[in-house]
Unconditional design. Structure first.
Ligand code: AMP
Length: 188
């Protein structure tokens, strides 16, 4: 089973992805985590991505598509994966569709976590406190630009997947446990 979790930054994609991974034996593929690792290891991709990420902008499509294309070929992805933070543009979604098609695979569920922007600012500030500011992009200013980028570049994925009858919505403002239950109902 292959899943996409969609929603703005701070919507709870990472938390829910981890829960789904445990329950269904899938692999969580977070392009944000992979890019942060690349920055920490000062790889070529990391050096390219660093400033873009601090600003809250998007890393070029071909970079993230390349990362995902390599990663899904690894054996641990054989049982399925959950994409968290990818795709983030229609071009990425199209590239994903092509590369899955070439491998005889497909996306089974696209789940949107619906949340309200103002509530997100509070959540991100909370995450910054909990992680001791480990993520340089967790602050109210960067969040506003990440939200603007989300609405401009990522929100068009909603009609894109809705047109394929693939989109399922979950109320992301509910408690974390209720969100997990709602996702579970879609997956079983
Ligand atoms: P995230 O952890 O998903 O919030 O991602 C953190 C940052 O990594 C984003 O603000 C972007 O700069 C970059 N990033 C992560 N995933 C993508 C993606 N699919 N496309 C472009 N940039 C990405």
């Amino acid at each position: 089973m292959n899943i996409i979790l969609l929603g703005p930054p701070g919507a709870g994609k990472g938390t829910q992805a981890k829960r789904i991974v445990e329950k269904y034996g899938l692999v969580q593929l977070s392009t944000g985590d992979m890019l942060r690792a690349a920055v920490a290891n000062q790889t070529e991709i990391g050096l390219r991505a660093k400033d873009i990420m601090v600003r809250g902008d998007l890393v070029p499509d071909e970079v993230v598509v390349g990362i995902i294309a390599e990663r899904i070929d690894e054996p641990d992805c054989g049982n399925g994966f959950i994409l968290d933070g990818f795709p983030r543009t229609v071009a990425q979604a199209e590239a994903l569709g092509d590369l899955l098609h070439k491998r005889g695979r497909k996306i089974d569920h696209v789940i949107q976590l619906e949340v309200d922007d103002e509530a997100l600012v509070g959540r991100i500030e909370q995450r910054a406190k909990e992680t001791g500011g480990e993520r340089k992009d967790d602050n109210a200013d960067t969040l506003r630009s990440r939200l603007a980028v989300y609405h401009e570049s990522t929100a068009p994925l909603l009609p894109f997947y809705a047109a394929k009858n693939a989109l399922k919505k979950v109320d992301g403002m509910a408690s974390m446990d209720d969100v997990t239950v709602a996702i579970d109902k879609i997956l079983v």
